[in-house]
Design a protein around this ligand. Structure first.
Ligand SMILES: [Zn+2]
Length: 202
């Protein structure tokens, strides 16, 4: 940054500039806004950012975000253990929950294969999924990974592994009503509802 800023401001601006969608100029604007705010408001924001990492963890069971050892869905006795929905990232859980039709449980893979970027099968962690299946309550695994190339590659791999180890579990995926190339989080709830209702066996 060409302009000499006081060090505490520069430290904040440099870090803000690394956020998605923010360049140096907007980072500076935000930095100056934080200084203009009443001190209490700026401190509050800082503390809330701090609390994000202090108070949120990955659910020990499904890998979604949780404030306790287990997330509310894993703790909910009213949810069905028989249906397990596999999503790529924890925000996939939010998308499915917003749709509101699914009453089973989730597991978060933590990423997708990206063959073009060299992210191969060894990078994909299926241990959570397999640990839950080993308990024996799941009757159906529903893959809700989106309709991108990465999602396809991942679905194929997951299907292969599960067929070998858990041949008795029904395996399905959201119907292809999802437009090709679209990540799960960009699918509107109505489309998602239909793709769950008309899910296809794998
Ligand atoms: Zn959980």
């Amino acid at each position: 940054m060409a302009r000499p800023l006081p060090a505490p401001l520069r430290e904040v601006v440099d870090r803000l500039a690394t956020l998605p969608g923010l360049g140096p100029k907007s980072a500076l604007r935000i930095g100056l806004t934080l200084l203009r705010w009443p001190a209490e408001r700026t401190r509050d924001l800082g503390q809330r950012i701090y609390a994000l990492r202090e108070e949120l963890h990955l659910c020990e069971r499904c890998g979604a975000l949780a404030e306790a050892r287990l997330c509310p869905i894993c703790q909910d006795p009213a949810r069905s253990d028989a249906e397990l929905c596999v999503v790529a990232e924890w925000d996939g859980v939010l998308v499915m929950e917003e749709m509101g039709l699914f009453r089973g449980r989730y597991v978060v893979l933590g990423g997708l294969l990206a063959p073009l970027e060299g992210v191969g099968p060894q990078a994909l962690d299926l241990s959570r999924l397999e640990a839950i299946l080993q308990e024996g309550a799941v009757r159906e695994v529903i893959l809700a990974l989106g309709a991108t190339l990465e999602a396809e590659a991942t679905a194929t791999l997951v299907a292969q592994r599960l067929r070998q180890r858990f041949p008795e579990v029904r395996l399905s995926r959201l119907a292809q009503g999802i437009p090709l190339g679209v990540e799960l989080k960009y699918v509107d709830p109505e489309t998602l509802k239909q793709s769950l209702q008309y899910r296809q066996d794998l």
